[in-house]
Design a binder for this molecule. Structure first.
Ligand SMILES: [Zn+2]
Length: 64
């Protein structure tokens, strides 16, 4: 038999532990390049810029 908890945890114990598990919304900011809403610490989805340079090429919607 594997090791097993000796006592059942109460709902109070469970709740106290889970009190630290709340998730918060991702912090959003503004892109300094195109000034549209973007998530901070992420590459801008609109212009592909991060930290003042283009890191991902922006695909042209009408190409091909
Ligand atoms: Zn941008």
């Amino acid at each position: 038999m594997p090791p097993h908890p000796k006592k059942k945890h109460s709902h109070k114990t469970q709740g106290g532990r889970n009190a630290h598990n709340a998730i918060s919304a991702a912090s959003s900011g503004e892109c300094p390049q195109c000034h549209r809403a973007k998530l901070s610490h992420r590459v801008c989805r609109h212009c592909g810029y991060y930290n003042g340079r283009e890191v991902i090429p922006v695909e042209a919607p009408t190409a091909e």
